[in-house]
Ligand binder design. Structure first.
Ligand code: SF4
Ligand code: SF4
Length: 470
């Protein structure tokens, strides 16, 4: 395995500070969209929160990491606290996950700055803005970041990767993921980045359905992947194997045009999507029912209500649970966000903007705290599981973490937020596991990509590097 000293020598851009080491190691947020960690760590905060909530139904890999590698996760948390000047650390774990909670509590007990944060089992406890609220009682400003209230949230596997980079000079070449659904042996797998999804499924006994598709990620926020040769990436937290005709697959693959037509035709303005909206409940002026009403005028209308879609976390609660008509405010919001981003729209969430229609009808004030009914409107994960007809697959994997051993990997040059990595190897190059194959483009947001196995580069283009064991 190539060590980070090797990696470090290949560029002058990064250094030996914690952000530098995280950048060298190609660490990105393991729990979400893959924001490059070296950029996120460049800050000063008073609180760091280890996010072990793992609120997506059916996923178990974060809990497994905490149970098996509690000391490493705590080491990562302490490194981040030291680097950012934080005086407090929280570990967010669900109360019912007693093994993970006990392991983390034991590992943290000698450091008085770290406290356990026992979370209820509702969705989405792991949304970082929700987690910040639950940990500190502070509302992240609309359109803002936890940083705005002095907090930094890092997924527990990201913290594990940080400790591994610092203490063992290991770059990110593998990740933990849950393989579940219609497979013979649901398991937590430690997979080499770039392993084909079908190979990971085979490791778990293979599909139990004739025509499988896979939801990559969790059932709420994951996306449907039909090509089972697609590779595992740094952000693949789960593979949920389902029959192609499963309701969740049908729902997730409905074309946007159909969703919009349905919204215009049948949205009854019942407001349930707003009443249960996780961001609305922490006090943000996001009212999905109003957006659904407004889309008759177009997704890119320069309209305050339309712009409020930028506040949506895409948690999927409104779509999967709240809407009585089977509509998808979450998908509509996502489409609006994409269009506004393409148009280069810069949102302004100041008081002057977005005020129209979004003030409290009684007081005329923008709420500065969570809605009073928030506690009553939290949706237990178990209810979501049964609503989306996944109860049959809601099993805890038993047995050890399985390890992949691929002879071929496909490394995508974009596995993170920002620009794709610049290709730095050619077809025919021999690489060792851990060698850099993709570099952060000069002056851009991005993350390094490392070889996850040793072998020969058989394909190297703008999108990917394929390595074959020799
Ligand atoms: S996906 Fe729906 S419930 Fe979740 S934040 Fe967006 S509008 Fe609210
Ligand atoms: S829950 Fe569904 S039907 Fe009701 S307002 Fe929201 S989108 Fe419309």
């Amino acid at each position: 395995m190539g060590m980070l000293s090797t990696v470090h020598n290949s560029t002058d851009k990064l250094n030996n500070s914690l952000p530098g080491l995280a950048g060298n190691a190609g660490i990105v947020g393991a729990g979400g969209a893959g924001f490059p960690t070296h950029v996120k760590l460049n800050c000063t905060v008073d609180t760091v929160i280890a996010n072990g909530a793992e609120c997506e139904p059916l996923l178990h890999s974060d809990k497994t990491v905490m149970k098996l590698y509690a000391d490493t996760v705590i080491r990562g948390l302490l490194l981040v606290m030291d680097a950012t000047g934080a005086s407090r650390g929280y570990i967010g774990v669900k109360k019912k996950e007693q093994d993970a909670s006990a392991a983390m509590s034991r590992a943290a007990e000698s450091d008085g700055r770290i406290r356990m944060l026992e979370l209820e089992s509702y969705y989405p406890t792991g949304d970082e803005q929700v987690l910040v609220y639950d940990a500190t009682g502070k509302m992240v400003p609309e359109g803002g970041l936890p940083l705005d209230v002095g907090c930094l949230v890092e997924n527990v596997e990201t913290l594990f990767n940080i400790a591994e980079a610092v203490d063992r000079e290991l770059p990110v070449t593998r990740r933990f993921l849950t393989v579940t659904g219609a497979v013979k042996r649901p398991a937590v797998v430690r997979a080499h980045i770039g392993t084909a999804i079908c190979e990971v499924m085979e490791l778990c006994g293979g599909s139990m359905t004739d025509d499988p598709v896979v939801i990559v990620g969790g059932p709420m926020m994951g996306t449907v992947e039909r090509d089972l040769l697609s590779p595992v990436t740094k952000t693949t937290s789960g593979l949920i194997v389902l029959p192609r005709d499963h309701d969740l697959v049908q729902r997730k693959t409905l074309p946007l045009e159909t969703i919009i037509k349905q919204a215009k035709a049948v949205c009854c303005q019942c407001t349930y999507c707003t009443e249960l909206c996780s961001r609305n409940l922490i006090g943000h002026r996001l009212y999905p029912h109003r957006i659904m009403r407004q889309i008759s005028f177009g997704l890119d209308a320069p309209e305050e209500i339309i712009q409020s879609a930028l506040l949506c976390s895409e948690c999927g609660l409104c779509e999967v649970y709240a809407c009585v008509m089977g509509l998808s405010p979450a998908r509509v919001n996502k489409a609006i966000k994409e269009r506004l981003a393409e148009a280069g729209f810069k949102p302004d969430f100041s008081e002057r903007q977005m005020l129209s229609g979004n003030v409290n009808a009684g007081t005329g004030q923008h709420p500065r705290k969570a809605r009073e009914l928030r506690d009553l409107r939290k949706i237990p994960v178990s209810r979501i599981v049964s609503r989306v007809d996944l109860s049959a697959y809601d099993v805890k994997p038993v047995g050890d973490v399985l390890e992949t051993g691929p002879s071929r990997v496909e490394l995508l040059l974009k596995q993170h937020l920002g620009s794709p990595a610049d290709l730095i190897v050619r077809t025919g190059t021999r690489v060792d596991a851990g060698d850099v194959v993709g570099e952060i483009p000069e002056g851009k947001l991005g993350a390094r990509v490392h070889a996850s196995i040793s072998g020969e580069v058989t394909i190297a283009d703008d999108c990917r590097v394929i390595i074959q064991k020799v």
